[in-house]
Structure formats: C-alpha cells, structure tokens
Design a protein around this ligand. Structure first.
Ligand code: MN
Length: 190
C-alpha cells in the first residue's frame, strides 16, 4: 500500500499570521512528504508493505517506525488545525476539568510540557482505556498509541515547525498554535 500526502483541511495561506504559508509549504509540503517517501521506500518488500499506517506505528521499530510515526503524527497535527476560532465542546471541557481542575490548568500544563521538551518531539493530550486524560512529552517521533493510549491532541515542537516564523521562540509558537486548535476535532476523539 502506497502512502500518500493527506489533504489539508484548509488552504496553505489560511493560518497566516499564526502559521505562515512558507511554514506550511516546508512543513507540510516538504518535511511530511519526505517522511511519506521514506516510509514507502522502506516498507517495499517488507511485512509492513500492505499494513495500515496505524498498525505500522504500533508494530514497527527503527527507521520504519520513525517515518511511519512522523507520517501519522503530522497528519494528525495538521488535521487538528483550523483558521476558524472554535469553542471547546462541553463533554471535552468536562473531561479536561475533571482531570486537570480547569481548562486553564490543562493549557498551562500542556504549554509547560511543550516549551520544556528538550530537543525534538511532540506533546500530546492522550486518553487511557479507563478514560483518564494525561499530558505526555514524547521525544522524536513518539506517539501515545505505542503505550496503548488514544491521542486526542498534539503539538509539534520540532524546530522545523516554528523556525521560519518564530526562530528560537518556541513559547511564542505554542501560544499562537493554541489559537489554531480545532476543538471540535479534539472532542470527536474522546
Ligand atoms: Mn514536523
């Protein structure tokens, strides 16, 4: 099965100024495309060749894992962005308040995790099989599915995600990213 670049749910200039057209062109058009090309090349003739992407992420290791997880993570990341301001649906607000005390406390914990993650990686909001929510820092291509958790939300804190627009200011990128989150999509995953 050949993996292909997923469609963006918005036009490439829709997230300006929080995320520039150039960032989308590079991050989506070049970085994500390269992970997909690498994945397709690496799985050819392997047991992963005809496997759905999610199964590869759960089962593979090494380079195949890295490129499969980066493909999955970026697809999920871009699909959770929107140029429309969105409100947090009530069931999600309840779940966040139940775990973190308030939506603000959740955002503080998530932001701290995103700003403090050393090096490249992803910060996730994930749900365990009992419905408990947690914030997770994952280095490199890490993904909560490998630990049996369901991803609800993620932010990419690799430098390529923000260096064109924010240079070294990761905190400014994370703050702008909050304004792009599609809360309806997050809530649908609960
Ligand atoms: Mn990225």
């Amino acid at each position: 099965m050949k993996h292909i670049l997923p469609e963006l749910p918005f036009s490439q200039d829709a997230l300006v100024p929080a995320m520039s057209t150039e960032t989308i062109e590079y991050h989506y058009g070049k970085h994500l495309q390269t992970y997909i090309d690498n994945l397709n090349r690496m799985i050819e003739g392997s047991p992963y060749e005809d496997m759905p992407l999610e199964d590869i992420v759960k089962m593979a290791t090494g380079g195949i894992y890295n490129n499969a997880a980066q493909t999955w993570n970026h697809t999920f990341f871009f699909q959770t962005l929107t140029p429309e301001r969105s409100e947090i649906p009530e069931p999600l607000r309840k779940a966040l308040t139940g775990t973190f005390g308030s939506v603000e406390a959740f955002k503080d914990e998530f932001t701290k995790a995103a700003v403090s993650l050393f090096g490249s990686g992803w910060v996730w909001l994930a749900e365990d099989p009992d419905g408990k929510l947690s914030v997770m820092q994952e280095p490199n291509a890490g993904n909560p599915m490998t630990k049996g958790l369901k991803p609800l939300l993620t932010v990419d804190v690799w430098e390529h995600a923000y260096y064109i627009d924010y240079r070294n200011r990761r905190a400014a990128y994370v703050e702008a990213w909050w304004g792009l989150v599609d809360w309806e999509k997050v809530a649908e995953r609960l």
